[in-house]
Design a binder for this molecule. Structure first.
Ligand code: BGC
Ligand code: NOJ
Length: 825
């Protein structure tokens, strides 16, 4: 069952009924001001940091889940009828409803009793505001007297404190109302030099700033007294819950429309010029008023919308495809890169499942997010790499997270996740391949942000590799530390007390638990590090990395093969995890794809055997599960993984992040059908038709789909902020469609199913546009053309001339266009 449809032409998802199974959200803003907006107007906003600079108060895990955040009410002043054009929170029936989530903007339209409302929400580029442009049309035969109310409930900045520290917070709220603008001034009198404000583009007929006055005692947002009665009380909040609520009266003749723009803004003043007049205690509102003024001009929102669209067209123009497969095209061309931008911006901080007060920027997460984003805005990827590397510890290890506001490593969680540093190598390699900018390796970067400790980025990479080599266990495999990619495989924790963190509780001393996953990741990273070193003529480092990769491969071959797949780990006691020797958790997904990606098991065919085992034991119609059998009881020696009920999250859920590794493995071993088949199983668009099962948004990936052991098999959770976005972009773009940046040029080596006649693509790469046409000579089966062994065997014709191999040599500088014909068997 569907709750809407894609509008591919406009790059929008159109939700046609408001009661989606979960709030289906969008993100507005990709710079300082970020807004989460649901299909019924819910969600909240913040500036730079979802915890410390929260503008709108929001209650997670509420009933209903999404009560609102941005409130718009319409009232028919003749009949007294009132409703929300986005349905929530009054839930009064709408004759028509549609929510269009687009790239950086959302339009929600709702009609009731002949009054049509359409609201465009956006965060304008370069501004720290959100604008809601509301257009109200009277479709009746007679004149209508309508009141339009806009409201927000202010968060007292620190979202964590706001939700807990009531003894203070119920006394500190302060507002100022001047010239129809409501200023939220809490703590401005003391250490803050920023405030929020709420206003609209037309003269208002009333306002409230006290929640209790606006809603009325014992009433909620579904029945506000001021709306019910049609009059505001002009309340001024002193403590309690400050809100911004405004009423505009609209007198509309038949067929007439009016436009009102509401603006929720954030303004910072220089610390020594906060007050006007100086020391008066009265805030300097000049900056805020100037911004507001520009939103009182006609056409301002239209212009912002146009520049947003233009920016996205430009960005998405880097890579566009026409494959004939609807689900591939719409995810690759629009929604997957869009989600990659959001994960790049927000890491795992704020979504409907991440409250914005927990995790900062993940070291591992941010490096991986970059893999799917680097081609969109390489300059920002470069800055990110340098920020991440600056948090690295002198021993090569990493803080598991850092704070976006301070860019400092987070001491609360610390380090010791032994896979973390290796992801930095992959991120730098991806950046260098995309841009050719090897100079980044020479940029001085501090250790643990300590001034004066700088050494070139290449030294950071060197220590990433050494970090693993300095921590090998009894089988010569990497020690796991607190955990590896699977945060919940806590082999050294032995957590017995409820509430103890699995991640940060002290590890039992003397642990020798080893990770086969890190071994595979190491081989992959060491090969990338060797290539980078060689490009910088550092032969000694290149050889060191290659030798290390070779010895790690030997350790894997000797100790990690279980007979039909790779083992997952060795536990604290040296016993295998992910082996037929175990009762549960016999086979894990993570190493199986990664080995092929690292080039391990290709010659002895173990990679292919492992992938066949994945298909036999882990694949479901809803994606590939993390492991089987799921753990049915808690295992002290395994940790959080066995704490989840079977089928959920890391205990045998379909953890979508890992599925692309299998797709890539299938592509590398030449199984085109298998790779695309897995791709489509978790592709959100391909799951749109089962939205009542999947439940999350059909336009973005979710972190997890409940596995076969779960009662709700097929149900997705934790949409938006997941490494799944980046890795699927890599799997489909670079390995299945096969358009892959390399150090010496763009490789084109598609591994597409026999049933596909070909596809076309455009790719901007290092300043040149590549127009790529992929066609078949034969019927797509191996051997269809003499001399080709596998379906991937490819012949390239570049600007009319056949070339050797599949890497297009870099053209003369300044070349704007290269035409590539790609012939498949
Ligand atoms: C979650 C993981 C997450 C980890 C770190 C666990 O409880 O299941 O998915 O990575 O916490 O915050
Ligand atoms: C989510 C975390 O953000 C990510 O870093 C981790 O790899 C996965 N969970 C798996 O545990």
């Amino acid at each position: 069952m569907r709750y809407g449809h894609f509008d591919d032409e406009r790059r929008e998802y159109v939700i046609t009924r408001p009661d989606t199974p979960l709030p289906w959200i969008n993100y507005l803003g990709s710079e300082d001001y970020i807004a989460l907006l649901s299909n019924t107007g819910g969600g909240y906003s913040f500036v730079r940091d979802a915890r410390l600079r929260r503008l709108i108060r929001y209650r997670y895990n509420n009933a209903p889940l999404d009560v609102g955040g941005r409130f718009l009410y319409l009232r028919d002043d003749t009949s007294g009828d009132y409703w929300n054009p986005g349905w929530q929170p009054t839930q009064r029936d709408l004759d028509e409803y549609a929510c269009r989530h687009g790239l950086g903007y959302t339009v929600i339209g709702g009609t009731r009793g002949g009054i049509r409302t359409e609201t465009t929400y956006l965060v304008p580029p370069g501004q720290t505001i959100e604008a809601w442009r509301v257009s109200v049309t009277n479709e009746r035969q007679e004149a209508a007297h309508i009141s339009l109310f806009g409201a927000v409930e202010f968060c007292l900045w620190d979202a964590q404190d706001d939700a807990t520290n009531f003894q203070r917070n119920l006394s500190i709220g302060e507002v100022l109302v001047e010239d129809d603008v409501i200023y939220h001034l809490t703590e401005y009198r003391e250490r803050r030099d920023h405030f929020a404000w709420f206003a609209c583009s037309v003269p208002v007929s009333g306002f409230d700033t006290s929640r209790e006055a606006f809603l009325g005692p014992y009433r909620g947002w579904e029945r506000p007294l001021a709306v019910d009665h049609g009059t505001m009380s002009g309340s001024i909040a002193h403590g309690w819950q400050p809100v911004g609520a405004l009423q505009a009266e609209l007198r509309l003749g038949p067929g007439q429309s009016r436009e009102v723009v509401f603006v929720l803004g954030y303004t910072e003043n220089p610390p020594d010029a906060k007050f006007d007049p100086p020391a008066s205690g009265h805030p300097d509102t000049a900056r805020a008023r100037a911004v507001l003024e520009s939103y009182r001009q006609d056409g301002r929102v239209e212009r912002d919308l146009a520049s947003l669209r233009e920016a996205w067209e430009e960005r998405l123009g880097v890579f566009q495809v026409a494959t004939g497969d609807l689900h591939v095209d719409r995810m690759v061309n629009t929604w997957n890169p869009y989600q990659c931008m959001v994960t790049f911006n927000l890491s795992r901080s704020a979504s409907m499942f991440e409250s914005g007060i927990g995790r900062g920027m993940g070291f591992r997460d941010s490096n991986q997010d970059l893999l799917g984003f680097v081609h969109l805005v390489p300059q920002r990827a470069r800055e990110r790499i340098l920020d991440i590397a600056a948090t690295q510890l002198p021993d090569g290890g990493a803080y598991h997270q850092y704070q976006p506001l301070t860019k400092r490593g987070n001491d609360d969680i610390g380090g010791g996740f032994n896979d973390d540093p290796l992801w930095l190598v992959l991120a730098v390699a991806a950046y260098a391949k995309e841009t050719g900018d090897l100079a980044i390796l020479d940029v001085p970067v501090p250790w643990d942000n300590a001034e004066g400790s700088e050494s070139p980025l290449r030294d950071h990479l060197r220590r990433c590799i050494s970090f693993t080599l300095d921590r090998l266990g009894p089988h010569g495999l990497p020690l796991i530390g607190r955990a590896d990619w699977n945060d919940c495989l806590n082999l050294n924790v032995f957590s017995e007390r409820p509430g103890d963190s699995f991640q940060t509780a002290p590890n039992r001393p003397g642990g020798v638990a080893e990770s086969v996953f890190i071994a595979a990741l190491f081989v992959l990273a060491a090969r990338e590090a060797a290539a980078l070193a060689r490009l910088r003529d550092d032969e000694a480092e290149a050889v060191r990395c290659e030798d290390a990769a070779a010895s790690m491969t030997a350790a894997i071959e000797a100790h990690a093969w279980d007979g039909a797949w790779y083992r997952r780990a060795y536990d604290y006691f040296g016993r295998p995890v992910g082996s037929t020797e175990n009762d549960e958790g016999q086979i894990f997904i993570e190493p199986q794809g990664l080995m092929a990606m690292a080039g391990v098991g290709l010659e002895d065919d173990r990679a292919r055997t492992a992938l066949a085992s994945v298909r036999a034991h882990l694949a479901t119609a809803h994606g590939i599960m993390l492991h089987q059998p799921a753990f049915t009881s808690y295992h002290l020696e395994l940790g959080e993984i066995s704490s989840y009920p079977p089928g959920y999250k890391e205990n045998g859920g379909v953890f979508c992040h890992t599925n692309p590794w299998i797709m890539i493995g299938e592509a590398i071993t030449g199984d085109a059908e298998g790779a695309l088949d897995y791709y489509l199983r978790i592709n959100p668009s391909a799951r749109e038709a089962i939205s009542e099962v999947h439940r999350c948004e059909p336009y973005v990936y979710a972190q997890m789909i409940a596995g076969r052991d779960a009662a709700s098999h097929g149900e997705a959770k934790n949409s938006w902020l997941t490494g799944t976005a980046a890795w699927n972009m890599v799997a489909i773009g670079q390995w299945i469609l096969g358009i892959r940046p390399e150090h010496h040029g763009l490789r084109v080596e598609p591994v597409i199913p026999a049933g596909w006649a070909g596809f076309s693509a455009t790719r901007r790469f290092r300043g040149t546009a590549y127009e790529i046409e992929v066609r078949r000579r034969g019927d797509g089966h191996p051997g269809a053309v003499a001399g080709t062994a596998r379906p991937g065997a490819v012949q390239l014709v570049v600007d009319g001339r056949p070339i050797e191999g599949t890497v297009i040599p870099l053209p003369e500088p300044g070349t704007s266009l290269v035409r590539v014909e790609v012939w498949l068997p």
